[in-house]
Design a protein around this ligand. Structure first.
Ligand code: ACM
Length: 270
């Protein structure tokens, strides 16, 4: 399965320009699934709740989701992308999964970071895993179980663990990382859960009448054995495609005596 990462520098508030750039980048190479950054179409540093709400869109009827569905149909691919989702008077920091059949799933960020707590409602639905199908390079129809989490969710190991317990082969992880730790920490998340993870981060800076935020790039794909299969630079736009075998995430036995998920001793935790 070919996994593509788009690392880009959105311009704040320029949703059409940002969407067009993302579509251009993901059209530049073939892949079975693309992962775009968190809030890829709006930019990150909102200055009011109203501004976040005004830039949010309904899912799946809004223009960004519809454009992503359209290109997924044309390119026969799937796309995971972060955007601000509008629902009534609420606004969520969300990630959508779309494919040739249309909208498949929405994840609403559960662990909001810093000032996001001022603009967004925390995610109110559990983590979930959705199967998608792709054509293997040998020609057969294959399945990959996709879980989604967003950026700061990484610091809560329960996020990736829950997705692994739900059967995720691949964690798609749209991000706008500013702290330096996540790229290395995701290696541990993959090792401790035997899953693939695709973190699509942004680059550039934002300082909208406030502190300057510098986004760290380093979008990456990590294997269930903790190998970094691809890592982008910290400052350049990038489109990376890596071929993975989703089945490699399904063997949770560490050795004949130990099993990553079954050996947990829940009665001693908390
Ligand atoms: C983050 O969660 N965007 C740091």
């Amino acid at each position: 399965m070919r996994i593509g990462l788009v690392q880009m520098n959105p311009k704040f508030g320029e949703t059409t320009r940002n969407l067009d750039l993302a579509l251009k980048l993901l059209s530049s190479k073939p892949a079975d699934l693309w992962v775009l950054p968190e809030l890829f179409n709006t930019g990150y540093q909102f200055i009011s709740k109203k501004e976040a709400y005004d830039l949010s869109e309904t899912v799946p009827s809004g223009p960004t989701t519809q454009s992503l569905i359209e290109i997924a149909k044309t390119l026969k691919t799937h796309i995971v992308a972060g955007l601000a989702e509008r629902l009534g008077k609420k606004c969520y920091n969300a990630s959508i999964l779309v494919g040739p059949s249309g909208h498949i799933a929405t994840y609403r960020k559960i662990h909001l970071f810093y000032e996001e707590t001022r603009w967004f409602t925390p995610g109110d639905v559990p983590f979930q895993v959705n199967a998608i199908h792709y054509k293997s390079q040998a020609g057969g129809r294959r399945k990959c179980n996709i879980g989604m989490m967003i950026c700061f969710d990484w610091i809560f190991p329960e996020s990736a663990r829950t997705l692994a317990l739900l059967g995720a082969d691949l964690i798609c992880h749209p991000s706008n990382l500013v702290l330096p730790h996540c790229p290395q920490a995701m290696i541990t998340r993959c090792l401790e859960n035997r899953v693939f993870a695709a973190t699509a981060n942004r680059i550039g800076t934002e300082s909208r009448k406030k502190e300057k935020l510098k986004f760290i790039g380093q979008s990456q794909i990590v294997s269930p054995r903790g190998q970094v299969l691809s890592r982008a630079s910290s400052h350049k736009e990038a489109v990376h495609v890596v071929t993975i075998e989703p089945k490699d995430a399904r063997t949770k036995a560490i050795n004949p005596y130990n099993h990553l998920l079954n050996d947990r001793v829940e009665q001693f935790y908390k």
